[in-house]
Design a protein around this ligand. Structure first.
Ligand code: KG4
Ligand code: ZN
Length: 338
């Protein structure tokens, strides 16, 4: 089976081609970041229009890069939610048109299931069941992944997501949107222990997070001050340390709680080197192993939609020809077998 996948849930337009035997044949991505930077965040209507402009050329580019053509594609997968409704609709409409035109089956994929299954694109794959730390711009969750499609939520954030906290504090430090990666770069030059920021919820049992207080603490720290480059780096270091330490502690507690020895890091913040390194070391010290996708498959992409879609198509899942998307769609509503 050879699947063409389309991702358009937020500000990344992406198309991938995945072959069940030969693996990933192509993945193309157009990032809209420059389009939204001027506004300091994603403008939904601009995102929708840009997806409509970009997706079809990306389909052609992906087919060409995969050295394949439409006759060899025998399944379509598209992101059906959660995300921006208008953005999702652009991808869904194109996906349904291609499936109709090419006469092949189609499935809608849950964006977060895509993130969770992205490590399956790599050479060493995590076994099931495992714990997943899903950390992105919109979500911070610890999940008991029993098997593909069977997700039990252990805990999530009560307010801001980890990525949101990275982005908002980055903005306070004058870094351009989305500031997560830049804040990480700045933090690398910062000195440890100069500032001690709160580690929210660490003193409490359970798997909930809260990051809004951290953002406020940083605001109070930098307010009305002209920081030197070194001082900015020190604050960035303190922010990253607080977020990473909180994520590590709760993830290890989740491993202990479930008794599993496998941990997956997924979502955009999973690209953070400090998080990967520290969590891998701490898990290894307890005999557990950490898996994560390559950095470009941590942030939004179509390869992860392709792997989730391929598994569902192989299991016999088929969606009808309606153009269906859900802005909100709880991960725990998914099922398996289909
Ligand atoms: O998964 P993703 O691409 O989009 C969502 O579905 O939200 O995640 C984007 C988030 C942004 O908040 C971005 O700043 C953050 O991931 N991010 C990072 C890094 N790379 C991306 N945060 C910290 N360190 C990074 N290296
Ligand atoms: Zn995402």
């Amino acid at each position: 089976m050879r699947v063409l996948a389309i991702e358009s849930s937020c500000d990344e337009s992406a198309v991938a081609v995945l072959d069940a035997e030969r693996g990933l044949l192509a993945h193309e991505l157009w990032s809209q970041i420059d389009l939204h930077r001027l506004y300091g965040g994603v403008v939904p209507e601009l995102a929708s229009r840009d997806h409509v402009r970009r997706l079809l050329p990306l389909v052609n580019a992906a087919l060409q890069a995969a050295n394949t053509d439409a006759t060899q594609i025998n399944g379509i997968a598209y992101t059906a939610g959660p995300g921006l409704a208008g953005a999702l609709l652009g991808g869904a409409a194109l996906a349904q048109s291609l499936a109709f035109g090419w006469g092949v089956p189609i499935v809608g994929v849950h964006h977060l299931e895509g993130h969770l299954l992205a490590p399956l694109l790599e050479a060493a794959v995590p076994k099931f069941p495992h714990v997943a730390l899903l950390v992105s711009g919109g979500h911070t969750m610890l999940i008991d992944v029993r098997q593909i499609g069977h997700y039990v939520l252990l805990g999530e954030t009560r307010d801001d997501a980890a990525g949101e906290c990275f982005d908002k504090t980055a903005k306070l430090l004058g870094l351009p949107y989305p500031g997560g990666p830049q804040l990480a770069q700045l933090a690398a030059r910062g000195r440890a222990g100069v500032h001690r920021l709160p580690r929210p919820m660490l003193d409490q049992a359970g798997f909930e997070f809260s990051f809004s207080g951290l953002k406020t603490a940083v605001m109070l720290l930098v307010r009305n001050r002209k920081l030197t480059e070194q001082e900015r780096a020190d604050v960035a270091r303190a922010v990253q340390d607080a977020i990473v330490e909180t994520l590590c502690a709760k993830s290890l507690a989740a491993l202990e709680h479930t008794g599993y020895d496998t941990l997956v890091i997924a979502g955009g913040v999973g690209a953070n080197e400090e998080l990967r390194t520290r969590l891998s070391a701490q898990a290894a010290a307890r005999g557990a192993r950490v898996y994560y996708p390559r950095a470009e498959f941590c942030t939004d992409n179509a390869a992860m939609i392709a792997i989730a879609g391929l598994r569902r198509l192989q299991a016999g899942e088929r969606w009808d020809e309606r153009i269906q998307v859900w802005a909100r769609w709880p991960l725990t509503e998914l099922s398996w077998p289909v």
